[in-house]
Write a protein that binds this ligand. Structure first.
Ligand code: NAI
Ligand code: COI
Ligand code: MG
Length: 366
């Protein structure tokens, strides 16, 4: 039996709580599908600074590189706000170190949560989009200078960087509803004009995919006024970061969103979209759904196990449909109890997924 090596990077704040919840679900999946997962754990972010003086200790990066997939919680918090090296730098270094240029952030409205969003119900029902965010270029990785009276952040993109993320977006659209909306600020930024030209050229090879462009300011508005208009949203690092938090409004809580960060074949990093939520940390009240959704993405994209991924997605959806809700969803269920509910439902969800699991060569044995 293949032993899949999963590295856990819990990080800071609620990171350890939601990562433990997601691990519990992965263990339940492993038991049900007769899979073998070997979990390892290493410090990153503030935890890395505390343990080794570095937000990304060399040993953590080494263990990430030699794993099959990485499940990360979140990094950062007020304790390190004045630190010379911030926890967030560890996350960026991990993404760069593993070459994870593509960040997939699915956004949908779970059945039973249609009234959670402050947006009108008829706007959010049917919304189902995928943000494809470029993850290792742009402002976050440009030249930086920080002085007392002047600071500088450089933004650079190459044609090759835009092309490879465009390919991911067009491929995803081909498996979804066939539409890519590329978001830039080409009326002002040179990098955005390169982005738009490159995406236009790339689209020539995909005549079956409908491509349109929006400036990021208009995209921010349209995302909440007509969310169902979007299928795949292709955008650069900074815009994707901001738009994905905004898109959480469609789902109803940022605690619900998971993500997959993928490169050219090595291990991917799977992490919720939210941050370390210091206001919730240590109280067992965070919503672990985003981390659990990330674990499902890990199964699908990180380990190539679509049957088990589908089972975990189904158990999560079933849990939410049944009204099990953490505080952010208007409920009282704790983080640990929510995870236990997903595990309890895995059996049923797996039976529902049986046909797909069998197709994928994975049979439920629990
Ligand atoms: N990927 C990562 O590791 C990220 C780290 N951060 C870091 O996290 C720290 C806090 O940043 P914020 O801007 O406050 O963003 P945040 O995402 O941690 O929190 C924003 C709001 O969402 C709520 N929230 C977040 N996750 C939740 C969950 N699972 N369940 C229920 N509610 C949840 C929080 O309580 C807060 O009200 C900062 O140090 C920031 O740099 C922020 C974003 C991403
Ligand atoms: C802390 C940032 C670097 C990460 C972030 O906000 C994100 O990737 O969504
Ligand atoms: Mg973010």
């Amino acid at each position: 039996m293949t032993r899949h090596r999963i590295l856990l990077l819990p990080g800071d704040g609620i990171g350890p709580e939601v990562t433990a919840a997601a691990r519990q679900c992965l263990e339940a999946v492993a038991a049900g599908f007769d899979l073998s997962f070997a979990f390892d754990e290493a410090p990153v972010g503030g935890a890395g600074i505390e343990a080794c003086g570095e937000p990304l200790p060399a040993e953590t990066l080494h263990r990430a590189r030699t794993s099959d997939a990485v499940l990360l919680g979140a990094v950062g918090g007020p304790a390190w706000d004045a630190a010379p090296r911030r926890p967030e730098a560890g996350l960026l270094a991990l993404r760069r170190g593993l070459g994870l240029f593509a960040n997939l952030r699915p956004v949908k409205v779970f059945e039973g949560l249609e009234d959670l969003s402050p947006l009108k119900r008829d706007r959010v029902v049917g919304a189902d989009l995928l943000i494809v965010r470029e993850l290792t270029g742009g402002l976050y990785f440009g030249e930086k200078r920080e002085g007392e009276y002047e600071a500088f952040d450089g933004c650079a993109y190459t044609r090759e960087e835009v092309e490879r993320i465009a390919r991911v977006a067009f491929e995803a659209a081909g498996q979804r509803r066939g539409r890519v909306t590329s978001v830039d600020k080409a009326n002002v930024l040179a990098t955005s004009r390169l982005w738009r030209r490159t995406v236009e050229d790339h689209a020539q090879a995909w005549p079956e995919i409908a491509l349109d462009h929006l400036y990021v300011d208009a995209a921010a508005m349209t995302l909440v006024t007509q969310p169902a208009r979007f299928d795949v949203v292709l955008t650069e690092n900074l815009f994707g970061d901001i738009l994905s938090d905004e898109a959480a409004v469609i789902a109803g809580s940022i605690g619900l969103l998971g993500s997959a960060s993928l490169g050219a074949g090595g291990p991917g990093v799977f992490e919720p979209v939210h941050g370390s939520a210091p206001d919730l940390a240590g109280r067992d009240i965070a919503n672990p759904a985003g981390a659990i959704a990330s674990a499902a993405l890990l199964l699908r994209h990180g380990l190539g196990l679509p049957g088990p991924a589908q089972a975990l997605d189904a158990a999560l959806a079933d849990t939410l449909r049944a009204g099990v809700r953490t505080l952010d969803l208007g409920g009282v269920t704790s983080c640990t109890r929510f995870a236990a509910s997903v595990c309890e439902r895995l059996d049923r969800a797996d039976r529902l997924a049986d046909r797909k699991a069998v197709e994928a060569g994975m049979v439920w044995t629990g």
